[in-house]
Design a protein around this ligand. Structure first.
Ligand code: HPA
Length: 276
């Protein structure tokens, strides 16, 4: 995706929204309701923004929602673009580029994931401490645009430890059990086999999913502070022997959403204070 298209999308958003968003949040499968609870939102459907792709997955609304909190503007994406939908990586990460262009400094990524760590239970929330890109592609492949950042960005500290501490403090304050672990991204859309899950565990993964990593890579290149939380909607293939089903994944995300919303809301409020 060319820088001109990113600029045009950012300009279109600026013409409809007052202020500069400093915190961005991408709401994953079944978790979009957080932005439905905003008190005075400005809503921009993706189809109203030039060059924005359209979301094709049930449970993803496809709109940007802006809300002022503690004098700071936050920007939420209800619905993301997945590689498995057939988009190329530039398209998958286009909204993150636009967020960077608009001035977002902290990006919170959320997703539904399968639990690989056998100590996890369905419904757990997991703070992402690191990731493994197993998608077989990298969103930075292709012509280098120096304005976006480095050609070879350092990935040693993608998920910022200071921001992670904010998640842990909010979780403790609000009585939310927060697991921690490594998120491993597969391209999907088939779920993994039990053998693939054993492989993931051997390689150090605690959860598996089909998103988040491309966005984290692009945001890191652009100099944003990234944090991420997975809603463990199911134990991954082979652990309990049950069949995996998208409807069950959505239902589990739905059951965990109050806890998820309490966590994200607390973290965003704290981030807004830090951005003062
Ligand atoms: N695997 C991959 N992605 C997922 C899963 C899973 O088990 N659950 C929710 N998203």
């Amino acid at each position: 995706m060319h820088i001109e298209q990113i600029r045009e999308a950012a300009d279109a958003i600026r013409s409809r929204v007052t202020g500069t968003p400093v915190i961005g949040v991408i709401l994953g499968s079944g978790l979009g309701e957080y932005a439905d609870r905003f008190s005075s939102p400005t809503i921009l459907p993706y189809e109203d923004i030039p060059h924005f792709p359209k979301s094709t997955v049930p449970g993803h609304k496809g709109r940007l929602v802006f809300q002022e909190m503690h004098g700071r503007l936050i920007m939420a994406m209800q619905g993301r673009f997945h590689y498995y939908e057939g988009y190329d990586m530039e398209t998958v990460t286009f909204p993150v580029r636009v967020m960077g262009q608009l001035g977002v400094r902290r990006l919170i990524l959320t997703n539904a994931a399968g639990g690989v760590n056998t100590g996890f239970e369905a419904g757990d929330l997991m703070l992402i401490t690191d990731h493994i890109n197993y998608m077989g592609v990298n969103p930075l492949r292709g012509a280098h645009e120096p304005e976006f950042g480095e050609r070879f960005p350092d990935m040693s500290h993608v998920y910022h430890p200071d921001d992670a501490r904010v998640f842990e403090a909010v979780a403790q304050e609000r009585g939310i059990r927060l697991r921690k672990g490594v998120y491993m991204a597969f391209s999907g859309p088939s779920y993994e086999t039990p053998a693939e899950i054993r492989m993931a565990r051997t390689l150090g993964a605690d959860a598996v999913g089909m998103s988040t990593v491309p966005e984290a890579i692009v945001a890191t290149q652009m100099g944003m502070r990234v944090s991420g939380v997975s809603c463990v909607t199911n134990l991954a293939a082979g652990i309990e022997g049950a069949k995996l089903d998208h409807a069950d994944v959505m239902a589990a995300a739905n059951r965990a959403k109050d806890m998820f919303i309490a966590l994200i809301d607390g973290v965003i409020q704290e981030f807004c204070r830090k951005e003062q």
